[in-house]
Design a protein around this ligand. Structure first.
Ligand code: GLP
Length: 261
């Protein structure tokens, strides 16, 4: 795993956007997209790069990591609506509405909707953008029994519902109990992964992901077993890492492929 430690969320967004912009030049680019507040600076950078003419998702497809079950179609926090605002259209990144694939959280049969999303991801994306939950979740893969799961319906942990209540009028009762999420197996199929984490509330999860044992207790730790992950974190999120000096030395050495370390 390549570990990049920067001063603040804006720098994190810029560095992660560089990874995306570089990867996006390939034809038929398939991008995995996350929601939550962590990737917002990254998406702002992508929109700015699109406006400058340096980047476009016009010919790309984008695949959501997850979606709430049961959030109304016009709700601003429905993940499809969040991603549409962040990425779709010529004023954003050039992504076409019909090229944005999100699990259907309003389907009569959410398990079937999850299965359909999994099938769309059978080849894996070229690049997956990830955030991380304070409990170490990626997508909505909460700490539980397996690190080898497909896209499926999942139950949200109380902590995650509390964390996300800020998007639902600070009222946890409005946060759905269920979601559809790409599984860890699905995420691991991505050719390349860039994960962004900022703020002290992520410090424990980031330490578990990078230096902890690979364990269901911290689902993001499965990324230690992927061959091309870049974790871009700010100082606050890096605060509980043991080997920060070494990670900085590796970055300073400017090796062509520090992800192999
Ligand atoms: C959310 C999303 C994740 C996200 C994480 C962190 O619940 N399902 O994809 O990475 O939790 O969110 P945030 O970036 O807002 O802290």
């Amino acid at each position: 795993m390549r570990i990049v430690i920067l001063e603040n969320p804006e720098q994190v967004g810029r560095a992660a956007a560089d990874v995306v912009i570089k990867a996006a030049t390939r034809p038929g680019f398939r991008l995995g997209v996350a929601t939550g507040s962590s990737p917002e600076p990254l998406y702002a950078e992508l929109r700015a790069a699109h406006q400058r003419g340096d980047f476009t998702l016009q010919g790309a497809t984008a695949w959501a990591l997850d979606e709430y079950v049961g959030v109304p179609e016009d709700h601003p926090e429905r993940y499809r609506n969040v991603l549409r605002r962040e990425l779709v259209g010529p004023d954003a990144t050039g992504l076409r509405e019909e090229s944005l694939f999100t699990p259907d959280g309003l389907a009569d049969d959410p398990a079937l909707a999850a299965h359909e999303h999994e099938q769309g991801l059978s080849q894996g994306v070229h690049l997956q953008i990830l955030g991380i939950g304070s409990d170490g979740h990626i997508g909505f893969n909460e700490p539980s029994g397996s690190l080898f799961t497909p896209t499926r319906v999942n139950v949200l942990l109380e902590q995650t519902r509390q964390d996300n209540a800020r998007f639902f009028n600070d009222d946890i009762s409005q946060v759905p109990a269920l979601c559809i999420t790409q599984g860890t197996e699905t995420i691991m199929r991505a050719e390349q992964i860039v994960l962004v984490a900022t703020g002290s509330s992520k410090a424990k999860a980031v330490a578990g992901m990078i230096e902890g044992p690979v364990s269901v207790v911290c689902p993001a730790s499965v990324l230690q077993q992927h061959r091309n992950v870049t974790a871009v974190v700010d100082e606050a999120a890096a605060a509980e890492l043991q080997l920060t000096d070494y990670y900085r030395q590796v970055e300073a050495a400017g090796l062509e492929d520090p992800i192999w370390l």
